[in-house]
Write a protein that binds this ligand. Structure first.
Ligand code: SF4
Length: 463
């Protein structure tokens, strides 16, 4: 029996109501707006075989639901709850609904629906600029992370795109209407001193920029230029402790302290000056850092960053990094526990779509895709840290797919030229995405979307 006071209210038919349901009664997560009860009304199987008659309590419970009884005087009521054991389905919609939380970032999906003009140009066979470009600024690094994909692609100390080539490429991106550039991929971007001026110039031209960095060489004297002009800065950190940092990033433990101090200082400057730049941490999930997930989730909260995201490790088509994706299944609980540390100001999220691919049928394991053709490269291009252009990161250094060099030709001419489109066409026509490609490449989500568009069902007008 509850000691709740009766509460007066008005129901949706405008009638007066009195309820004793406690305020803290939990709501089912996705119960929908039920006009019908969803109870089984007639169990025809049981009618035919009376010995199979179901317990009435089972009848009142839909699968995936838990029910709790609530007693008030001589009356018993039922509160329906979502089964807490139910696997969380990633929310593919950004907008909040009555009971779905808004998704602040779309880590585990794509945003192609916001760029339908480019999709239309593609459908019409026109030449168009990439929406986004991932671009390396160097081909070398000051750490040697054990999950690094770039090390299988000929890293060479000192190699980087030159300042002049970089700045005129940014100018061309503005002319072409490229919408965003991520200084991501290949080597460490902060080792190229032109990073800061390129960021400022891109901002002046209306191009969004971002960066993924190990942070160790980040020039704090230019911190304002980055925080003022970048949409986001992501620190590649796959450890929450000094010892884990040494193990996974193969760097000195003192460097962990240095990095933490830099992140802390950036968060402080951002808050003080009201900069919009999002600051986050990203872990590349490998067995060697399974025990670092929770410490890093806690570290992120303590540092005051905006998010901590955990992604799968992309292995090469030859599986040179040697990831056994089945091992991911053993840390599901740890990842969920990490996600439970999210607050309204701090998002902790695992990229379940790709991490869970390990648990899917053998058809999708080890690189098999859910589509047969790659159409995504003209929308999301990748450029190597030496200024050479290829359709995608996994194909860096593959001569057949070499498009051009930013030191030799203007990016505008390259994108409007025949070679560029011939290579994208070659990818679509001849690459076997199930065998020739890296596991879960960057264009994967975009490819799924475009494949769906290319292969419509019948009767599309009956939406
Ligand atoms: S599907 Fe293959 S060709 Fe296409 S972007 Fe990914 S790795 Fe490159």
């Amino acid at each position: 029996m509850s000691d709740n006071k009766p509460k007066e209210g008005i129901n949706r038919f405008g009638q007066k109501t009195t309820t004793m349901i406690p305020d803290e009664a939990p709501l089912a997560r996705n119960p929908g707006h039920k006009l019908r009860t969803s109870n089984v009304i007639v169990n025809r199987k049981a009618l035919a075989e009376p010995e199979d008659l179901l317990d009435s309590r089972q009848l009142s419970q839909s699968s995936g639901q838990k029910i709790e009884f609530y007693k008030e005087g001589s009356q018993v009521g039922v509160i329906r709850l979502a089964d807490e054991e139910e696997t969380a389905v990633p929310n593919q919609f950004t907008g909040p609904s009555y009971r779905n939380k808004a998704e602040r970032f779309r880590f585990d999906g794509h945003k192609m629906l916001h760029h339908l003009d480019r999709v239309l140009a593609w459908q019409n066979g026109e030449r168009f600029a990439p929406i986004h470009i991932d671009m390396g600024l160097t081909k070398f690094c000051n750490t040697a992370c054990i999950y690094c994909y770039a090390v299988v692609q000929n890293m060479t100390k000192g190699t980087m795109i030159g300042r002049e080539a970089l700045l005129s490429y940014i100018q061309d991106c503005g002319k072409l209407g490229v919408r965003s550039i991520g200084f991501i991929g290949d080597g460490e971007p902060t080792l190229n001193p032109a990073l800061y001026d390129a960021t400022v110039l891109a901002s002046e031209l209306g191009i969004d920029t971002s960066m993924a960095t190990n942070g160790l060489q980040l020039d704090m004297d230019r911190a304002h230029d980055l925080l003022k002009n970048m949409s986001w800065i992501r620190f590649n950190l796959s450890a929450g402790t000094r010892e884990g940092f040494r193990r996974v990033h193969q760097s000195r433990e003192e460097n962990f302290d240095l990095l933490i101090e830099k992140i802390r200082a950036l968060v402080q400057i951002k808050k003080e000056y009201g900069y919009k730049c999002t600051i986050g941490l990203q872990m590349v999930l490998i067995p060697e850092c399974f025990d670092e997930v929770i410490p890093e989730a806690m570290l992120g909260a303590e540092l005051g960053v905006d998010y901590f995201v955990i992604k799968h490790c992309s292995d090469s088509e030859y599986k040179e990094i040697g990831i056994n994706y089945d091992e991911y299944l053993s840390v599901t609980d740890v990842l969920k526990k990490a996600e439970s540390l999210s607050t309204p100001d701090y998002v902790v999220q695992a990229k379940w779509n790709k991490i869970n691919a390990a648990g899917e049928s053998s058809l999708y394991k080890n690189g098999f895709r859910k589509y047969d053709v790659c159409h995504g490269t003209p929308f999301l291009l990748q450029i190597s840290g030496n200024g050479k252009i290829y359709p995608c990161g996994p194909f860096f250094n593959k001569e057949r797919f070499y498009i051009g060099d930013l030191h030799e030709q203007s990016f505008f001419d390259i994108v409007m030229g025949d070679r560029y489109w011939a290579v994208h066409q070659d990818v679509a026509a001849s690459v076997d995405v199930h065998k020739d490609c890296a596991i879960g490449c960057r264009q994967d989500y975009v490819n799924k979307f475009l494949w769906d568009l290319k292969n419509p069902p019948e009767h599309v007008n009956f939406i």
